[in-house]
Design a protein around this ligand. Structure first.
Ligand SMILES: *Cc1c(COP(=O)(O)O)cnc(C)c1O
Length: 446
């Protein structure tokens, strides 16, 4: 952690202690006391155990969607957590509840949703999507929910939780939802889940055409943009710009600030275009707080306790990097450039072929082999060898089981390929090293 953040954390903890003192002295109970030696012992053990992680912070980690939060988020979260506010109700944390409303308004504006839109932070993209699907079921209980076969598995699972029929729609050779396959089942469907940025390949479903199909028939459209959402800031520069441009017309959307919004885990978000949806959440809890007339966040959320610190962290982060093309957009732009550079490098390589043209910052690729049957085992060998090198020479990738229809000449079976999510801006400066290590791994595993 860089020094200015540590200094600022210490200073802000001192200021917080001064604030605490005005409430008067009170005796500390010995039951919670710990000696300095014991604290050191436990934390040393923790540091050692955490050393078992892969180096998520380093650009040589180019595998799954993992990176540490921005230090400003870390600082804000840590500080707010010393109060431990609960955004379940306004009185659980008035300042962080206000911050949550502010960041929701900012995100609503970012997506050009009409004001005021209804929404709140969640613990995860999974919960946020569950809420959107629950609303879908409440509004059309007899109808099915459709999503592409490449949508996040949470959608089929949550259809099971909600006891709602779920229909997986085939994808095309670019891993996008196949429109004619959707059209064929549309009379049974009440809501279509459109993914802008699938978790596997980052593919973009044809939102514009799906809206044109669904809206005249009164079918809801929910956009799962948990991973991709913040790329909306670059929408004019991205492939499928017309689909990004249609995003403000969705009935609901999910975005994960803990993916591309620089946050620690525990920060998803759901937004509804129609604030009238709030009526579905109505509950009559005898436990919560009745000291305010304002609708509080616990009244529009399926989750009860939620970390106010998560709202504080996102609020502070959006102060530092506003959700604009010049603010947070610059960070996403670096990821996107990294993906394009890696893609071009792989196209020029004699050892690899990119699977798909990246629509965001996720690159899928596979080693050139004598027969298609060798692609899977070589992929696995490269993936393992990259992790097993000496620490300063490691390369961390992930594997993705690609459908046979995604290969340039279709294969017979789903086949594992390599996958790199380049979600750290530092990747933009590190692609030459990644490519060099990939070439060395290709030689080594031959
Ligand atoms: C990550 C992701 C989810 C699940 O969100 P969590 O925050 O991991 O619970 C859902 N949909 C998409 C498209 C995702 O990328």
């Amino acid at each position: 952690m860089e020094k200015p953040y540590i200094h600022q954390l210490l200073a802000s903890l001192e200021a917080t202690a001064a604030w605490q003192q005005q409430f008067g002295p009170y005796p500390a109970h010995p039951s919670t006391g710990l000696s300095e030696a014991r604290i050191a012992e436990i934390i040393e053990e923790l540091v050692a155990r955490l050393g078992g992680n892969y180096p998520f912070f380093h650009p040589a980690y180019a595998g799954q969607m993992l990176k540490p939060p921005h230090p400003i988020a870390w600082l804000a979260y840590t500080l707010a957590m010393t109060h431990n506010p609960n955004n379940h109700a306004l009185d659980g944390g008035p300042p962080t509840s206000a911050m949550e409303k502010e960041v929701i308004a900012q995100l609503g504006q970012m997506f050009h949703f009409p004001e005021p839109c209804l929404g709140h932070l969640t613990t995860s993209g999974t919960t946020a999507n569950l809420e959107a699907l629950w609303v879908a079921r409440e509004l059309a209980p007899e109808k099915a929910i459709a999503y592409s076969a490449s949508a996040h598995y949470t959608h089929s699972r949550m259809c099971g939780v909600l006891r709602n029929e779920g229909i997986a729609i085939a994808t095309d050779s670019q891993d996008r939802m196949d429109l004619s396959a959707l059209e064929a089942v549309l009379d049974r469907v009440g809501t279509v889940v459109v993914t802008l940025g699938t978790t596997g390949t980052g593919s973009i479903d044809p939102l514009k055409d799906i809206l044109a199909l669904c809206k005249p028939q009164g079918i809801r459209v929910h956009v799962d943009t948990a991973y991709g959402g913040f790329f909306f800031l670059l929408k004019d520069q991205l492939p499928h710009a017309e689909d990004w441009a249609a995003l403000p017309e969705a009935d609901s959307l999910v975005v994960d600030p803990h993916k591309h919004g620089l946050q620690p885990y525990g920060c998803g978000c759901v937004l509804f275009r129609d604030p009238g949806i709030g009526r579905l959440y109505k509950h009559d809890s005898p436990y919560t707080y009745f000291s305010s007339d304002e609708l509080h966040l616990g009244e529009i959320s399926l989750e009860c306790s939620r970390a106010g610190a998560a709202a504080a962290a996102l609020w502070a982060t959006l102060r530092a990097f506003p959700p604009t093309a010049e603010g947070l957009g610059r960070i996403l732009h670096a990821s996107r450039s990294a993906a394009l550079a890696l893609f071009e490098g792989l196209q020029a390589s004699a050892n690899y072929i990119p699977l798909l043209t990246p629509a965001l910052d996720i690159v899928t690729y596979y080693p050139i082999t004598a027969t298609p049957a060798e692609i899977g085992p070589r992929t696995e060998a490269i993936y393992r060898a990259g992790m097993q090198a000496a620490p300063a020479r490691q390369l961390h990738l992930s594997e993705f089981k690609a459908g046979p229809h995604l290969f340039p000449s279709p294969l017979e079976h789903p086949t594992p390929v390599l996958r790199s999510t380049l979600l750290k801006p530092s990747h933009a400066l590190y692609v030459p090293t990644i490519l060099a290590r990939l070439e060395a791994l290709a030689m080594q595993t031959r």
